[in-house]
Design a protein around this ligand. Structure first.
Ligand SMILES: O=C(O)CCC(=O)C(=O)O
Length: 293
């Protein structure tokens, strides 16, 4: 992450990384998405607040990682890793992943959520407790973020069509977002202080969840398909469900480390051993339950 990018991220709460994924990677991600989506789908994967069936192995929920190919590669991409290391420190983890599709059929109002230091207010989608999970600060020469989102664009989003929006600088604000600015059902209603971010297929928008953000109501002809991989410092958890790296064969050690459940100790070998024991016990429980049926 170069000096200009650090400056812009600190100033605005987001940056756009151009060509973060190649055309071949966009094609692979796109092909796998089209294989899995249905007429109705506009969100795929999971924010991991919804568990699958109860017989699932160890606390797991749907994940785009099940689709394999470049969905696995996105986990630890060389073009993105240096940004995550700078913004989160060395020990960070993937907390959740999903895809959102904006088109004429599935267009949303802009709902600005997040906001540093609890600025989203008590009713905020991501800050209903104290807002502490949406933290952002820079001190002792480094960034601290409670959640960093990487939004990979599979389609080009031109100015005026829709896409990612945020109030630049709101990750550092000390006042609650005025309630009449929270929701805009049309583009015309969007307050002037909101940045609407155009991007090309293959670009990644990296933003801190502490920046008040949302999606511009879609006015384009085609659609916008965006993949979100969201990362936390190791001791932080947003989702109640954790990944189980056993579900995704062939992962590298560093990919496995990124899927470790949260703890203050990061993916240390002794912590991994505890998690492996928990998984094994869960497997045993599933086996015993099946034997009883
Ligand atoms: O990229 C967007 O449309 C905004 C996504 C969003 O609101 C979120 O990730 O919480």
């Amino acid at each position: 992450m170069n000096q200009h990018e650090k400056y812009l991220f600190d100033l605005r709460g987001y940056i756009v990384v151009r060509n973060a994924i190649t055309t071949a990677q966009v094609d692979d991600l796109s092909t796998r998405l089209e294989m899995h989506r249905t007429e109705q789908s506009y969100i795929l994967g999971s924010d991991r607040t919804v568990m699958n069936a109860t017989e699932d192995r160890a606390w797991t929920a749907s994940s785009l990682l099940e689709w394999g190919g470049c969905y696995i590669d996105l986990l630890d991409l060389p073009t993105i890793r240096p940004y995550l290391e700078t913004l989160l420190g060395r020990n960070y983890r993937l907390d959740h992943d999903y895809i959102k599709i904006d088109n004429a059929k599935h267009s949303y109002e802009l709902y600005l959520h997040g906001g540093g230091q609890g600025a989203g207010g008590a009713s905020d989608l991501v800050g209903p407790t104290d807002g502490g999970q949406c933290y952002y600060r820079f001190s002792n020469g480094r960034f601290f973020n409670g959640l960093v989102a990487v939004a990979f664009e599979l389609d080009t989003v031109l100015p005026g069509q829709g896409g990612f929006a945020c109030i630049p600088g709101s990750h550092k604000v000390n006042f609650e977002l005025p309630s009449d600015w929270k929701r805009s059902s049309t583009q015309a209603e969007i307050p002037e202080c909101v940045d609407r971010v155009a991007a090309s297929a293959g670009d990644a928008i990296i933003f801190t969840e502490a920046c008040a953000h949302g999606t511009v109501p879609w006015c384009g002809e085609g659609e916008r398909r965006t993949i979100y991989y969201k990362y936390c410092p190791h001791a932080v958890a947003w989702s109640p469900g954790y990944y189980n790296s056993d579900n995704y064969p062939g992962l590298t050690e560093s990919q496995k480390a990124l899927l470790m459940p949260p703890s203050a100790f990061g993916p240390a070998p002794e912590i991994r051993a505890i998690w492996e024991k928990a998984q094994a016990e869960q497997q045993e429980l599933i086996r015993l339950r099946k034997a009883q049926d």
